[in-house]
Structure formats: structure tokens, C-alpha cells
Design a protein around this ligand. Sequence first.
Ligand SMILES: [Zn+2]
Length: 421
Amino acid sequence: MEAFPGKERLTILRRLIAYAEKVFQLSNSVVAGVVDRRRQPRIPASHIVKSVAALFWTRMGSLNALELAAHSSFFRRWLGQSVCSADSVGRVTALMDAEGLRRGIHHLYDRLKRNKALPDQGGLGVAALDGHESHASYRRHCPGCLERTIRTGQTERTQYYHRQVTLMLLPGARPGCDPVRLLLDHEPQRAGEDAVATALRLLERVLGSYPRGFDLVLADALYSTAPLFNFLLARGKHVLTVLKDDRRNLYQDATALFAAFPAKAGSFRSRKCLWWDFPGLLSWPQVNVPVRVIRSQETRTVRRQLDGKDETPTSDWIWVTTLPEQSVSTGRAVALGHQRWDIENHGFNELVNGWHADHIYKHDPNAIECFLPMAFLACNIFQAFFALNLKPQIRKGRTRAFWSTPMAAEILDGVNPTLSP
Ligand SMILES: [Zn+2]
């Protein structure tokens, strides 16, 4: 049965939900398998997931804002009841099983894959790994908090925070559409471990669920470590990371080669580049194969607003990778290196700044672990809807952020505030 039949489907949130039901079977497949540890649940966990999806789509920013709109006729029609209280949403999420949410995300992936909406990039499946810190606080903390000491002047204080590592799939684009970037999974960093240990745990689980989901992992300099390289090599995957640490033999040897050999001219987007590419380097013996180092010195031309004169700022990039030069040219490797920023620009920046995903909706380790995949579900569904379903003439000139306001308006339109005390 259609949740919103007839002409109501013309409004954007109703269309998004109708799309999610039709393409992903949102109610029956994506959220139906989400469970929690309550003994006698009055409200199904799937209702909570759907309510929270609406919270993210409309960018309301807090459970209290959602509670204020709880009695909207929109929710009564969609969920068959009002949204439960902010307290209840937090309490149920603290008891929720994150595995059910991961299966929901996998279901989105399966459907999109079957619909050929996740093409690889010229024979290469690409994913990006990134760490992110959610909120920091001096006061509130939970058993999952990481701690650090902050010095200001003579005083030292303990700051509490959470950090997680995330993996995002970066497929190519279907002709005429934007690419559908999918947030696949995240893993919380535990006290006493570094981000690489967290990343390995995440990759182990993701590769178990998506063994052929991608061939190459992009990451920043923090992940340029032999354990991460060897872990991926052992599983038949390639890796490309930023090379930064000038204390390393590899960096020093590469720098000597840059000085000794002339660069090739190249281009990336509108930038003129100088490229150096040295495969087969043996100066990182901890990695089980010889590695390839690529440098791109890039010059842009920018017109200054102040006086209309041209400026030519230069940026310098160095990457280390296991990608073979026979199948991945210098120019392609440079473009892949820059794609790592896609997870910043289209992943967490959008999630954190736009979707309020780093807000602590309920300060509890399990709730924090579950709110993020709920944000991923909402974000992935919206990305697919935006890229594959909205007509170009409707999308034109309107950013993704634009749509949150009309969607929130649809919900608030159904609120009938009682004016009597
Ligand atoms: Zn905490």
C-alpha cells in the first residue's frame, strides 16, 4: 500500500519516502530487521529509525525539535502513530542493535548495485576511509568516551570526546546522473588504540560484508602505515594514501628522486601540473610489495576579486600507492588521490555541518554507535533520490541543503498547535 497516494506525492518529502519504499522497500526490508533489547516494546524499533531519518532529512538538529513536531498529521499518516518522546527515542537507540542498521545499509547497496546505479570507475571500485571526531565536552562523559588532557595556561583539564572511522563508497556516475556516494559503515575508536587499529577492525567487517564492493581504498596520511597496507594487500585490495612524514626513508628517497629527475607536464581539472611517478620503490621494506610514489605540483589561476588581477597559487601533493603503473596512469592516480577529499566534501562535511550527525542525541556509547548509521541510511537514501530520481530541471540551481526546508515545512504543516492552556 502506498503511504501517500494521490497528488500528495508531489511534495518532496512524500516523494522521497515513496521512492525509498518503491526502490528500497524501506519499511519491509531496510528498517524491518532493526531490533533492540527491550523486553516488551510498545513502539517498534523500525518506527524510531524512520522518525530519526525524518529528523536528518529535515535537518532539525535535535530530538526535542522532533518531539515538537511529533503529533504532525504527517507522522500519523506515515507511521500510523505519532513520534514518541525525545526520551524514548534516546532510550530505544541506546538499546538498539547496530547490526540491523548495517544490514539496512547493505540492502540499499544491493538494490542500487542491481539497478546499476553504482558503476565502478573505469574497472576500479573505489572507497575512502576517514576518521571523524564528534563533539568534545569537559563535563559529560560515558563509558565509550576517549579522554585527553587540555592545557590552558597553568591549568589542565580532561576533555571527553568520541571518534570513529568511516568508509564511504565512491562509485562512478551513471550517464546523466550524479554519482551516488554511499556511506557504508563506521567503527568507534576505543580507548588506548590508534585510528589505524580502528580502521583495520572496520575494514575487516566491511570486507566480510562487501568482499567485492571495492578494489582500492583511499585515505589520508594518518593511514600510511605498513599494517594497513599489508592488511589490504593480503585481501587483494589496493591502497593509495597521502605521504607526508619527512622522517621516513621512503619520503627521503622519493624527495631525492624528485630532485634528480625532471617532471612530466600534466593537468588535473583546470590546473597545470608537474608530475613525478616512481614505481617499484623498495625503501618501505615493512610493506610486503614495492610501492609507488607519485607527486603532483599543481598551479591554478585565480582572479582576485579586489583588483581583478590573476594569482597562481600552487599546491603540492605526494601519494604512496600499491596501484600498478601498467593499469593506472599517473594522471588517473592523481585524480584518485584528489578523490579522497570527496569523503570530506560529500561525506562528513555534509553529514556533520548539514545533517547535524555529530550532535550527541543521546550520550551513551551504543546510542552514538547507532545514531550514525541511522544518519548514513537517511543520507544514502537522500543521495540516491537526489541523483537518480529528481529530474535535472528540478535539481537545477538547488543544492541538497535547499530541500531540507520544504521537507521540514511538510512536517510542520501537519502540526496543529493547541492554543488553549
Ligand atoms: Zn561519551
